[in-house]
Design a protein around this ligand. Structure first.
Ligand SMILES: C[S@@+](CC[C@H](N)C(=O)[O-])C[C@H]1O[C@@H](n2cnc3c(N)ncnc32)[C@H](O)[C@@H]1O
Length: 310
């Protein structure tokens, strides 16, 4: 049995199908599962529930996938990408019975504080995706982070602070928990509950495959398209950059593109298909992004530029 690793651009379609075929199921999430022992322990203990793990590290994803396979579990799904965006863009409101976050990077420097998982829009995301009465549990060795999260999350209208335990007995220790405990550090486990209904604004429009444009300009070739290399645009909130253009053996072109909607970055290829008197602009099926405002702007900008080139 192999755990599915779902890449961030596959997540909306995968989860569409999952929620259509799994009604009223219990779902537990873990953000930043590392080597996966906590997630696997929970999934083994309670095979009736479904477990969704979120990780940005591909190495961790592979390690956890191997553990799931060894244990023969079929109730674990591993999502590759930034949990803050995946939870917001790919999950409906009110689906998680609980979400764990064990030993997140505390990002102690002022200039990095936006990277903290509890910063910015995350409390709203948490409040939206938990079921009523659902919990969020944060374990950390960083006292300041524990108290800051407590302050931020308990200020939220839909969440309430439930408990703050010091060095509690836990059913399974994570790698980082073992490390910090061995160094004599104090472990803080802080719990919150969702008390009221909540929602959050999603910025993506779901399936990438539904977006394609046509441009009426001159027939594109490498000489023209390479003038787009390393050009960028947009605003602070929605940015894009065209990196390199590659020519395919079938006369089509792939334009490597990166976009950022605030901190949400995506890396994908736009496919340009020359046709009689026009060109089709669409996503390369292997790297479809979520259709966010920045992605739409990048596509529209490309169309304008292609119509301008002569
Ligand atoms: C310090 S490690 C802790 C790993 C594990 N939970 C443990 O306790 O051993 C933090 C983990 O969170 C992951 N991570 C950091 N930011 C993340 C994010 N925004 N979304 C998903 N995973 C994230 C990192 O890749 C890393 O594996």
């Amino acid at each position: 049995m192999r755990a599915d690793v779902i890449l961030d651009n596959e997540a909306p379609n995968f989860l569409d199908v999952f929620f259509k075929t799994h009604e009223n199921v219990s779902i537990i999430g873990e953000i930043g599962f590392g080597n996966g022992e906590f997630l696997v322990h929970l999934a083994k203990k309670d095979p009736e529930k479904f477990y969704f793990g979120f990780e940005v590290s591909r190495t961790c994803l592979m390690k956890c996938q191997a553990k799931v396979e060894r244990e023969g579990l079929d109730n674990v799904y591993l999502l590759s990408g930034d949990a803050r965006f995946l939870l917001r863009e790919c999950f409906p409101d009110g689906v998680f019975e609980g979400i764990y976050m064990n030993f997140p990077c505390p990002w102690p420097k002022k200039r990095h504080e936006k990277r903290r998982v509890t910063a910015g829009f995350f409390p709203d995301v948490l409040a939206a995706v938990l079921i009523l009465g659902g919990f969020f549990e944060l374990a950390t060795d960083d006292e300041e982070y524990a108290f800051e999260s407590r302050k931020i999350l308990s200020r939220h209208q839909a969440l309430s602070f439930e408990s703050h335990e010091i060095n509690p007995e836990r059913a399974v220790m994570t790698k980082y928990e073992r490390k910090w405990t061995a160094e004599g550090k104090t472990i803080h486990v802080v719990r919150f509950r969702k008390e009221k209904p909540w929602t959050v604004k999603r910025i993506s429009e779901g399936r990438a495959s539904e977006m394609h444009l046509e441009s009426e300009g001159a027939k594109p070739d490498m000489r023209l398209l390479s003038t787009f290399n390393d050009t960028s645009g947009g605003s602070r909130e929605q940015r894009w950059i065209f990196k390199n253009c590659f020519e395919g053996s079938d006369g089509t072109f792939l334009l490597e593109t990166m976009t950022a909607d605030e901190e949400f970055q995506q890396h994908f290829y736009i496919k340009i298909v020359p046709r009689e008197g026009k060109s089709l602009i669409k996503f390369d099926p292997a790297t479809k992004p979520l259709v966010t405002p920045a992605v739409k702007k990048a596509m529209q900008e490309l169309r304008i530029r292609m119509e301008e080139i002569q």
